[in-house]
Design a protein around this ligand. Structure first.
Ligand code: GDP
Length: 207
């Protein structure tokens, strides 16, 4: 975000639609930032925290919508996309494969996807699913912003160590990492700043 810009207090998002497939995603060129995370990492809580809308991610958790791509419009122009939560470790292999195929299709073919936000539980970072997202973002050269969520669950020293460790192993080359707590709001300004950059549609030079 530029120094002169005023950071909004929240990203005021409203539910737009759910899409079961790429073909049913909104048909325009507005930028999209997709949120990914393992079930229970706190993806819904993070979305609630940055949008200030407690009902928002509940829309994604409505029965029948959990396996869909859920789109939210923002006043910045671009959209937030809530990707289906990746199942619990015990989920059947076939189910995990189905998730992967579905989300991979969106990630690989959605031309207006400008960045990914990966929500991880700071106490269990870089599980295989997270690695899949990191590797994918790297190979696609797509900016990736990682939230070490539930930072409130750790003491200050442990938090700082977790951030340092994660940064050392993964940051750079388009990947950034920050501490976050959907519970306390820790880190929300940093995330809002990122979203403000990504969600504004590019202006056309020369009209
Ligand atoms: P999702 O499955 O990734 O969408 O996860 P939810 O947002 O439903 O959160 C899973 C659980 O973790 C819920 O009980 C939340 O209240 C809790 N939770 C999420 N974020 C935080 C956080 O930052 N701190 C703490 N202490 N709990 C959190």
């Amino acid at each position: 975000m530029s120094e002169s810009a005023v950071r909004p207090d929240r990203i005021d998002a409203t539910f737009l639609k759910s899409a079961p497939s790429l073909a049913e995603c909104p048909q325009d060129a507005l930028p999209e930032v997709a949120f990914a995370g393992r079930s229970n990492a706190g993806k819904s809580s993070v979305l609630n925290q940055v949008t200030g809308n407690r009902r928002l991610a509940r829309a994604s958790k409505t029965p029948g919508r959990t396996q869909l791509l859920n789109f939210f419009a923002t006043p910045l122009g671009g959209r937030l996309v809530d990707l289906p939560g990746y199942g619990y470790a015990k989920a059947a292999k076939a189910q995990q494969q189905a998730w992967r195929t579905h989300v991979e299709r969106y990630l690989s073919h959605r031309v207006n996807l400008v960045a990914l936000v990966l929500v991880m539980d700071i106490r269990h970072p870089f599980e295989p699913f997270d690695r899949f997202i990191v590797d994918w973002a790297r190979s696609a050269h797509l900016p990736l912003h990682i939230l070490l969520n539930k930072a409130d669950k750790l003491r200050h020293g442990a938090r700082v160590n977790a951030l340092r460790e994660a940064t050392r192993s993964i940051a750079g080359g388009g990947i950034s990492i920050q501490l976050f707590s959907a519970e306390t709001g820790l880190g929300r300004e940093e995330l809002i700043d990122r979203l403000c950059v990504w969600l504004v549609p590019p202006t056309r030079e020369g009209g």
